[in-house]
Ligand binder design. Structure first.
Ligand SMILES: [Zn+2]
Length: 64
């Protein structure tokens, strides 16, 4: 597969798994703007935070 011509206009957010054009890279994975904000305002004790970390880890482990 030739992925050299890939233009980073849209990336798949690893948290909501939707194509987004705005976001940041966390642990070499793309996280969209809204999810980034969610992560930031979520307490580390919140179960949701665990879910976000899980999503981030999932991508690191099984990269295609
Ligand atoms: Zn997202």
């Amino acid at each position: 597969m030739d992925a050299a011509a890939k233009v980073p206009i849209e990336e798949t957010c690893i948290v909501c798994e939707e194509l987004k054009s705005e976001g940041i890279y966390l642990y070499a994975s793309f996280v969209c703007r809204s999810c980034e904000e969610e992560i930031i305002k979520t307490e580390t004790s919140d179960p949701k935070y665990k879910y976000y970390l899980q999503q981030l880890r999932k991508v690191n482990k099984s990269e295609k």
